[in-house]
Write a protein that binds this ligand. Structure first.
Ligand code: PEP
Ligand code: MG
Length: 754
């Protein structure tokens, strides 16, 4: 069964479009189960009706014409219950509904399974039999698995618009792709697809601007791979048995094969760019091998894929992608990362859309810092088909429109205008303090990490920098930056804000922040070698950074140093010792060093329960709510499957933050929040009421938060906090906040437009 399933999946994935894929499925499912009928019904997004989209066994003419309301027929019942139904006498079931156009009165047995993608019902897969037959357990399991596989294909088809076309363009309004909000705001622009050099299937479709150049790039890459394989074979000659050496010969044969070269050249001549042509040729060859019965030959598909990847890598080195970045570029990819974002000229970058990741992924944090909208976790995204197409990204609700209808575009243009007006209006708050109507004041700080953040943060009128993420310069270089280079970067920030405090956080790599030149491979990177754990194991890297920070502060005195990912007191003791040592070393060189204030991030549950000991040892505490929520709730902050479980208003998170704030008050040590929570206007109000001294956020949010703080009294905020802390469900807290903001006339802070 597994073998059959594997083969069907290969075939379906290779199908040219959705109608072909559906036809393959119904045919193969009928064959595999021995059923007389196999059909796929798809749910129409507009009204939820289930339309027959492909069948074998029912009348062909019924396709597209038979439509069941959600509460109609056995198919409707499967959809309603979202579970398989296996009936021997389907025609006697009270929900049986007869459609004359299908001719299905002859079929007695019925097995239907729902097609579900991330809790979303997309359709129903059905097999039927003339004779009275109860389908076997195996058939049910097979169909359920098939339904799950099909769900991915359908979701992709929805993304590329195939489904709409299939539903006969019933509605002119375009259906958006759903993701989660990554960074607020709305953008209209052109998709610019990015992909990792080894991701063959992520290579986007693109037209060749200069086919002759593309041919040359391709042929040069093939030649380079030939040489690379020969080199490999020579190097291992003698070390490997003859049979294994033969693998390299097989590689050379594939590379020399006329069809690989010719097929690709033909695709280029037909208008494709080289990388897209390679993807198509390789996939076609892979399909042929995958379909072979012989297990040995099937394995050759893996060799072909490997060759494809090697050619692709080579082509990237030659630089086949010479096009200019579009003016309003929306960066699109399976998993957009910080360095890809940094490569796009900032003045051209309008938005980010990523199939993986969530609001707390670092690329979303970067997008917020740059003030551009981001939609994350768009699982149904098919980047390969989006390059160069017009997109609208709605970072408020996490939606992406592909080639939107005119009405949709007009509406979003209006929202963008209103957004700009709101931001303009908020500028008048810039010189005013973040003070409640009854005079309670809270510090508003900026999160920075790119030099370009500095300008916008200063403009926002912040009280200083609450979190400077130092890892970004490390991420976009090819080696660890040296002490003087780091010192120069830190000094720019320290000088720009002096005398306002600037909190530099020591290197926090690991988790989802990798350095290309310092790979860390772990099964559970978020529970692994991250932040302070890694830097304490590499005192040479840590000391260099600490010295650079102290050096940068010479003559200013507004530096604060902060350690990330602390879970044990020993880590703090050791880090403090190293900081002292760095200071002594610089002093021995005759430099006059200021002793900075030192703090830690509270972002691991272990730190919450040691908050008193930490407060005693340090000058300040800062809550990293992004990680704290991730670790408290056991929800990977990058995993779109569980993105809906990630909730900063979860009672566990609110209560933990409240407890830290109270500990700070007890020990008279300032506590700030520097995770995304602090930049959410409604949540910021609750944090202030808890007694948090400083809120540190992307400067794009700063005036919005100030507006809220200036619109409430501390008594009102206290009352909201008490109600929120007593609530058991995050949605109730959300509603409480939303209601309070609407009542105060600040509704535009929680949605797009005025
Ligand atoms: C956090 O975890 O809340 C935080 C501010 O740090 P980062 O997002 O860089 O992990
Ligand atoms: Mg963190």
């Amino acid at each position: 069964m597994l073998e059959t399933l594997h083969r069907i999946v290969q075939e379906v994935n290779a199908a040219a479009d959705l109608p072909h894929a559906l036809n393959i499925i119904v045919n193969r499912v009928a064959e595999a189960t021995g059923a007389d009928v196999a059909s796929v019904y798809l749910r129409t997004p507009e009204d939820g009706t289930l339309a027959l989209m492909a069948t074998v066994g029912l009348k062909e003419s019924a396709v597209g014409r038979v439509r069941l309301k959600p509460d109609e027929g056995l198919v409707g019942l499967v959809a309603e219950r979202a579970e398989p139904m296996n009936l021997e006498n389907a025609d006697r079931h009270p929900r049986f509904r007869y459609f004359p156009e299908t001719g299905e009165e002859r079929f007695h047995s019925f097995l239907g399974v729902p097609i579900i993608h991330y809790r979303n019902l997309l359709g129903v897969l059905v097999v039927q039999q003339q004779t009275h037959r109860r389908f076997e357990e195996d058939d049910v399991a097979f169909l359920v698995t098939m339904g799950a596989q099909l769900a991915g294909v359908i979701a992709h088809a929805q993304a590329s618009g195939d489904i709409e076309r299939l539903h006969r363009r019933a509605s002119r309004a375009s259906r958006p792709l759903r993701g989660v909000p990554g960074a607020r705001g709305v953008a209209i622009g052109t998709a610019r697809v990015v992909y990792a050099p080894t991701e063959l299937n992520a290579v986007p479709d693109r037209k060749a601007e200069n086919p002759h150049f593309e041919e040359e790039v391709f042929l040069a890459a093939v030649q380079a791979v030939r040489e690379e394989i020969k080199e490999l074979a020579d190097r291992l000659d003698g070390a490997l048995p003859a049979a294994e050496q033969a693998v390299f010969e097989a590689y050379q044969r594939i590379l020399d094969s006329n069809s690989l070269i010719q097929d690709t050249l033909e695709r280029i001549r037909a208008g494709s760019w080289a990388a897209g042509a390679v993807r198509e040729t390789i996939n076609a060859h892979v399909r042929t091998f995958d379909e072979m019965e012989d297990a040995y030959l099937r394995e050759r598909a893996a060799d072909i894929r490997d060759i494809g990847r090697r050619i692709l890598m080579r082509m990237q080195l030659v630089g086949s992608d010479t096009r200019e970045v579009p003016e309003h570029a929306i960066l699109v990819g399976q998993e957009v990362n910080a360095s890809q974002l940094a490569e796009i000229p900032q003045e051209r970058l309008a938005g980010v859309v990523s199939a993986r990741g969530s609001r707390n992924s670092h690329v979303a944090i970067l997008a917020r810092a740059l003030g551009i909208p981001a939609v994350m976790g768009v699982t149904e995204l098919d980047p390969a088909r989006l390059d160069g197409r017009e997109l609208i990204t709605d970072g408020y609700i996490g939606r992406v429109y592909v080639e939107p209808a005119r009405t949709v575009r007009r509406e979003y243009k209006r929202l963008m205008r209103e957004e700009a007006e709101l931001s303009e209006g908020l500028k008048q708050l810039q010189p005013l303090p973040a003070e409640t109507t009854d005079g309670y004041r809270v510090g508003l700080y900026a999160n920075t990490g790119l030099i370009s953040d500095v300008g916008s943060s200063i403009e926002s009128g912040c009280d200083g920098v609450g979190l400077h993420r130092t890892e970004f310069p490390f991420m976009i270089r090819e080696h660890f930056p040296g002490e003087l280079e780091q010192a120069r970067l830190y000094r720019e920030v320290i000088a720009a804000f002096a005398p306002r405090p600037v909190t530099l956080r020591t290197l926090d790599i690991g988790g989802d922040k990798a350095l290309p030149y310092f790979p860390i491979k772990e099964d559970n990177p978020f529970l692994g070698w991250r932040g302070i754990r890694m830097t304490l194991d590499h005192p040479e890297i840590f000391l260099t950074q600490l010295r650079a920070m102290l050096r940068a502060d010479i003559g200013f005195g507004n530096l604060r140093v902060m350690f990330p990912m602390v879970s044990r007191l020993e880590e703090v003791d050791e880090a403090l010792k190293l900081l002292k040592r760095a200071q002594q070393e610089l002093e021995e060189d005759g430099l006059e060093i200021n002793a900075p204030k030192v703090g830690v991030m509270i972002e691991v549950p272990a730190a919450v329960y040691q908050v008193d000991s930490l407060a005693k040892r340090l000058d300040f505490l800062s809550i990293g709510s992004n990680d704290l929520a991730q670790y408290l709730l056991a929800v990977d902050r990058n995993n779109p499957r569980v993105a809906s479980l990630y909730d900063e208003l979860h009672p566990a998170v609110l209560r933990a933050v409240n407890a830290i704030a109270k500990a700070g008050l007890r020990h008279r040590k300032p506590v700030s929040v520097c995770g995304s929570m602090a930049g959410d206007p409604g949540t910021a109000l609750l944090l202030m009421a808890m007694g948090i001294h400083g809120l540190s956020m992307s400067s794009a949010n700063l005036l919005r938060v100030k507006w809220v703080i200036r619109s409430f009294s501390s008594t009102e905020a206290q009352s909201l906090l008490q109600q929120a802390l007593a609530m058991e469900y995050p949605d109730d807290v959300r509603e409480l906040i939303a209601h309070a903001l609407e009542q105060a006339g600040l509704g535009s802070l929680i949605r797009a437009g005025k």
